[in-house]
Ligand binder design. Structure first.
Ligand SMILES: C[S@@+](CC[C@H](N)C(=O)[O-])C[C@H]1O[C@@H](n2cnc3c(N)ncnc32)[C@H](O)[C@@H]1O
Length: 297
């Protein structure tokens, strides 16, 4: 046992951080370094045991230390992302429930949401589609920015939709959320022409890239990451269908991550608007209804 009841939380965080740092781990599922991950681990477990206000010089009892040690061991030995061990991930400043049926929220689209998609949207959206919603973080965070909007949360995975539903209730947004089981747009036929905003972070990782990903990614559902045709199959299907579902002022925001270069090569004259991020991230494009109608993907 690394910890004892005489150590302060500050000392515990320092010890946990060193352990994480020296282990062969990948950081990128909610934090990008060992220190932040140690802080997140300690704060969440101490609070879950009934302490509301955390202070650096505080000490904790044996039971809390046992939970901390157990979680740290699992993170290091099995390389399980911390978010799954804590059943919590943060997105656009809010906590979401997660389990291993959804990927851990980390899309740079969070920054666009916090900026209310300025200057892309001409007016506030009425109906938003979060396609491939996973935990529902993108659609639900958007609802928080647009208080008069409703969202359709759609995913092929029933288990992911259960998580999205938990999150809609957690944030008191159930009455503004419609949950749809759908293979891309297949079960959304009744909503053609309705969406002022389609936001989609689909699977876009090709087989070869998938095999090379760090062990942490293998704890995430493969259905959430993998897409055929070197990652492009699902993004291209979405580009081909989106115009039918957008309103005439609508826009599509589509994340394709590392597959952006391949997509550009495949459609060199497409009018993609690649978005810049202050807080890091790339491979997110915007296209208007008019552009999607005109260009033949
Ligand atoms: C990359 S994850 C994105 C989850 C969430 N939007 C986020 O950013 O955290 C992709 C999601 O697409 C879903 N998915 C995979 N294939 C799909 C399909 N054909 N139709 C709808 N959803 C699909 C997966 O279940 C997964 O939840």
């Amino acid at each position: 046992m690394l910890f004892n009841t005489k150590q302060t939380l500050k000392q515990i965080v320092t010890i946990a951080s060193k352990e994480l740092d020296h282990a062969d781990l990948f950081f990128g599922h909610g934090t990008d370094n060992a220190w932040d991950e140690a802080c997140w681990l300690v704060e969440t477990i101490v609070k879950a045991n009934g302490t509301e206000k955390i202070e650096a010089e505080m000490t904790v009892d044996d039971e809390v230390l046992r939970q901390l040690q157990m979680t740290l061991d699992k993170r290091i030995k099995e390389k399980v992302p911390l978010a799954y061990l804590l059943n919590e991930a943060w997105f656009a400043g809010q906590p979401y429930y997660v389990n291993d049926k959804v990927i851990i929220p980390r899309s740079p689209i969070a920054e666009l949401i916090k900026n209310r998609f300025m200057p892309l949207l001409k007016c506030d959206p009425g109906l938003i589609l979060d396609l491939c919603c996973g935990s529902g973080c993108i659609g639900l965070a958007s609802l928080m920015e647009f208080p008069n909007a409703k969202v359709v949360l759609a995913d092929l995975s029933e288990e992911a939709l259960q998580v999205a539903s938990v999150n809609a209730e957690k944030h008191h947004l159930g009455h503004r959320s419609i949950i749809r089981h759908s293979d891309l747009f297949n079960s959304l036929e009744d909503m053609k022409g309705s969406f002022d905003l389609i936001i989609c972070n689909p699977p876009y990782v090709g087989e070869t890239e998938y095999k090379s990903l760090p062990a942490e990614y293998k704890h995430e559902p493969a259905i959430a990451l993998l897409s055929e045709q070197n990652g492009l199959k699902l993004p291209i299907d979405i580009l081909r269908s989106s115009a039918d579902y957008l309103s005439t002022n609508g826009i599509l925001i589509l994340e394709v991550g590392n597959s952006w270069a391949l997509l550009m090569d495949s459609y060199p004259d497409a009018p993609f608007l690649w978005l810049d991020f202050e807080r890091g991230g790339e491979g997110v494009l915007a296209l208007s209804y008019q552009q999607l109608r005109k260009y033949k993907f």
